[in-house]
Design a protein around this ligand. Structure first.
Ligand SMILES: Cc1cc2nc3c(=O)[nH]c(=O)nc-3n(C[C@H](O)[C@H](O)[C@H](O)COP(=O)(O)OP(=O)(O)OC[C@H]3O[C@@H](n4cnc5c(N)ncnc54)[C@H](O)[C@@H]3O)c2cc1C
Ligand SMILES: *[C@@H]1O[C@H](CO)[C@@H](O)[C@H](O)[C@H]1NC(C)=O
Ligand SMILES: *[C@@H]1O[C@H](CO)[C@@H](O)[C@H](O)[C@H]1NC(C)=O
Ligand SMILES: *[C@@H]1O[C@H](CO)[C@@H](O)[C@H](O)[C@H]1NC(C)=O
Ligand SMILES: *[C@@H]1O[C@H](CO)[C@@H](O)[C@H](O)[C@H]1NC(C)=O
Ligand SMILES: *[C@@H]1O[C@H](CO)[C@@H](O)[C@H](O)[C@H]1NC(C)=O
Ligand SMILES: *[C@@H]1O[C@H](CO)[C@@H](O)[C@H](O)[C@H]1NC(C)=O
Ligand SMILES: *[C@@H]1O[C@H](CO)[C@@H](O)[C@H](O)[C@H]1NC(C)=O
Ligand SMILES: *[C@@H]1O[C@H](CO)[C@@H](O)[C@H](O)[C@H]1NC(C)=O
Ligand SMILES: *[C@@H]1O[C@H](CO)[C@@H](O)[C@H](O)[C@H]1NC(C)=O
Length: 640
């Protein structure tokens, strides 16, 4: 078991704005390359002029796969940081050399409460997305363990140089390349069969810059290494004292990686914008192997694309500078819930906020009226700068549980009750009395949260879901005369559709947040970053989960059947919100018309940037910009 070491380097630099992290000063030079032609730099100007590139990526079974000698030389060049790992589940398979039943028992038990899976070079946190390769099971009778959907080699990056070497090697040898950070990606964009993987997880530096200025921005900032997770940023904030940096809610999400590059929401999003809206500058290794800075003054196209255009597409980010807001944010919040079930219901933890006791509602109709009242109120939460959760879990036999939590950053303590009273009054009017409503204030940054993961392969959350962004227009009242704002037909239709969905056994979750252009501020408004324009106008991100955790091998036909049933439910929401889209980082791997859904009007520009920067199609992952140029064959639309 690996015990997590606290941040090895936490600098408090005073105005040291020109300083890069030490791992960024080790770079690949012509001298290092010498006669090792496999790692020479690429040249976009002499690359294929059309965006065709090579037609096929070399796989391990192909004759053109690099020889052992080449891999060994690659390893020497990266100072021994090349790994050839086997899937951890191999310990559970008697026919594998790694078989060890005590290790297998550890994987199924204690590994899940440690950093084990996060520190494994291959593990992706969703089993189904990597093709359910080499499952960790006590009983593996009749099953096999192969490398399957996992990469073959991994460069455990310790410097920009390691990344440049790996990028050049993969491009020159025409190998499949993947980038993995935490492995949180829901649709397995951070893994891939027969690939060379670049693993950014240990690029863990973080520092505060008390005085940073660029363009119109002047103030404090933080430089965040590619491997930093949200909880590490929060700890660094506690250390620093009086500063607030926007992070994800989930403490182990990679805030220096895929989270910010694909958008990145969190508890402060309605007030301060998305993760992508915080970014002032990024250091990145591009597909030609070069290392450069993208900001308002240089490489502006890349600066546009990396803020919301998606991870794994335009380059490998090694660090970024993000805004640091003055003061230490406190968040007020509460949890309430109601159910049509009659049995005992576990009181949810409320994400640290106090919860009301369970309220039992006699009939489903009243339950769904109450649900609608919450949806109506969600816009108030967003407009107040808050974040809301409203999840319905069906429990069979037409019984449902609703859990609502909302959190409001920086709300004055004498205003919070005033804020939420109208919600509980309107619930009371339809006969749902929520007793003992209590709120609490918690500091946003706290030490110690999230060190151990709440997500690992095989958890109940390990399933697929499909999502849709619900635009502000749904909250517009009907134009009928005398309408006193209580009728919102489009929103009511959404509530009705979600009832139908839950009735079929699906869990329906909502996250209310609104990264409006105003919240995004400088320099990340609607026109200057690649963030999905639909997110500027959203109130709720609605995600519907397949009922069964996909912790076992799912034949492609069965996956497609389950997927089509779920898709049909979400398509009802699509019909009600034709102007909207969905959130790239939390979406369907088979999202139809994904270019428009994830990027709207930005897509043509993003594709131009992709073609110009990566004519080789080196960075490839499903649903990323330019990914329509390639497909994984013989996989029935599933990644392998
Ligand atoms: C339990 C859980 C909770 C979540 N909570 C939230 C949340 O609160 N808010 C939210 O917005 N999202 C959330 N997400 C979704 C999350 O934003 C995405 O999974 C995101 O892609 C994670 O990025 P990562 O770097 O941690 O993961 P990875 O899976 O390692 O990487 C994700 C993608 O980014 C690419 N990538 C990673 N690092 C780099 C880099 N340095 N340069 C270029 N590309 C890179 C990878 O190639 C891959 O395509 C959650 C996901 C899970 C599983
Ligand atoms: C790379 O070199 C290191 C150090 O010599 C060694 O431990 C490691 O096993 C090598 N990796 C591969 C894939 O051979
Ligand atoms: C199995 O793993 C344990 C540690 O998990 C180790 O102590 C033991 O020696 C291993 N057994 C074999 C046969 O390798
Ligand atoms: C293990 O799995 C096999 C195949 O599914 C099954 O036949 C067998 O009964 C299982 N053994 C135990 C102990 O559950
Ligand atoms: C990867 O490198 C880090 C140091 O940067 C080291 O702590 C870790 O053990 C390495 N992981 C593996 C699997 O070699
Ligand atoms: C930091 O890196 C960028 C390239 O990303 C470079 O332009 C700049 O000179 C570097 N700064 C220092 C101090 O090395
Ligand atoms: C923290 O920052 C806020 C906002 O700038 C300021 O009002 C407050 O006085 C600071 N508190 C301390 C203890 O420095
Ligand atoms: C549903 O109702 C049936 C018949 O009354 C009962 O046997 C079953 O346990 C119920 N299921 C749940 C999940 O409550
Ligand atoms: C106005 O609100 C009242 C009470 O909330 C409701 O009974 C009435 O139907 C509403 N009128 C219209 C036109 O929506
Ligand atoms: C977005 O930012 C640019 C550059 O700062 C500015 O010119 C433009 O007016 C802004 N647009 C909006 C909608 O705020």
């Amino acid at each position: 078991m690996q015990i997590y070491q606290p941040l090895s380097l936490l600098l408090f630099a005073l105005g040291a704005t020109g300083l890069n992290f030490s791992y960024e000063s080790t770079r690949l030079t012509e001298h290092d390359i010498g006669d090792f032609s496999a790692i020479t730099f690429g040249d976009v100007s002499s690359a294929p002029s059309t965006y065709e590139g090579p037609e096929y990526k070399i796989q391990p079974e192909d004759a053109a796969w690099p020889s052992e000698e080449q891999w060994a030389r690659l390893n020497t060049t990266v100072y021994g940081n090349l790994l050839k790992p086997h899937p951890v589940g191999a310990a559970c398979y008697p026919n594998r050399p790694e078989y060890n039943d005590s290790t297998c028992a550890y994987l199924l038990g204690r590994a899940t409460t440690s950093r084990f899976f996060f520190n494994d070079p291959l593990t992706a946190l969703t089993t189904w997305g990597e093709g359910a390769t080499c499952l960790q099971l006590l009983n593996t009778t009749g099953r096999t363990c192969s490398q399957g959907g996992f990469p073959v080699y991994v460069v455990n990056a310790t410097s920009v140089r390691d990344i440049q070497v790996a990028v050049n090697f993969a491009r020159n040898q025409n190998l499949r390349l993947v980038i993995k950070n935490t492995g949180h990606d829901f649709i397995a964009k951070s893994t891939g069969r027969g690939a060379l993987s670049i693993w950014t997880h240990f690029l863990k530096d973080i520092e505060f810059l008390s005085d940073y200025s660029i363009g119109e921005y002047k103030g404090a900032a933080a430089r965040v290494g590619a491997g930093i997770e949200a909880w590490e940023t929060l700890n660094a904030m506690v250390e620093h004292g009086n500063i607030t940096v926007v992070t994800s809610l989930d403490p182990t999400v990679g805030n220096g990686g895929g989270w910010v590059l694909g958008g990145g929401h969190g508890p402060l999003t309605s007030l301060r914008g998305l993760g992508a809206d915080q970014v002032l500058s990024l250091n990145v290794v591009t597909a030609d192997g070069n290392f450069l800075t993208a900001d308002l003054n240089q490489n502006q196209d890349l600066f546009f694309a990396l803020r919301g255009g998606g991870g794994g597409t335009f380059g490998i980010v090694t660090s970024m500078i993000v805004k640091a807001w003055p003061g230490r944010t406190k968040i007020g919040g509460l949890t309430f819930y109601f159910t049509t079930g009659s049995g005992q219901v576990t009181i949810p933890s409320g994400r640290g906020y106090p919860s009301t006791p369970p309220v039992h509602i006699a009939d489903a109709e009243t339950f769904w009226k109450a649900y609608r009242e919450y949806l109506v109120f969600a816009k108030e939460i967003v407009d107040a700068g808050g974040f809301g959760f409203g999840d319905v879990t069906p429990q069979g036999n037409n019984t449902y549980v609703f859990v609502g939590t909302f959190t409001l950053p920086d709300i004055p303590s004498d205003k919070i009750k005033e804020f939420y009273t109208p919600l509980f009054t309107s619930l009371s009017k339809i006969g749902v009395e929520i007793p003992n409503v209590r709120h609490a204030f918690l500091p946003y940054a706290q030490r110690g949260i999230g060190v151990t993961p709440n997500s690992f392969p095989g958890t109940p959350a390990d399933t697929f879901f499909i999502s849709r962004l619900l635009p502000r227009g749904l909250w517009a009242a009907a134009a009928a005369a005398n309408n006193n704002n209580s009728e919102t037909p489009r929103l009511d239709a959404v509530a009705a559709a979600n009832w139908g969905t839950a009735e079929m056994g699906y869990r329906v979750t909502t996250r209310a947040y609104g990264p409006s252009a105003e919240a995004a501020g400088y320099p990340g408004n609607t026109t200057t970053s690649a963030v999905n324009p639909a997110m500027r106008d959203m109130v709720i991100h609605c995600a519907i989960f397949n009922p069964k955790p996909v912790v076992d091998v799912l034949p492609a036909a069965e996956f497609h059947a389950q997927h089509a049933r779920l898709r049909a439910r979400v398509d009802e929401l699509v019909r009600l919100t034709p102007e909207s889209g969905s959130y790239f980082n939390e979406a369907d791997i088979l999202e139809p018309d994904w270019q428009r859904s994830f990027w709207g009007e930005h897509y043509p520009r993003l594709l131009e940037i992709k073609k110009a920067m990566d004519p080789w199609g080196l960075f490839w992952a499903p649903t990323t910009v330019g990914s329509e140029q390639w497909e994984v064959v013989a996989a029935d639309g599933l990644p392998t």
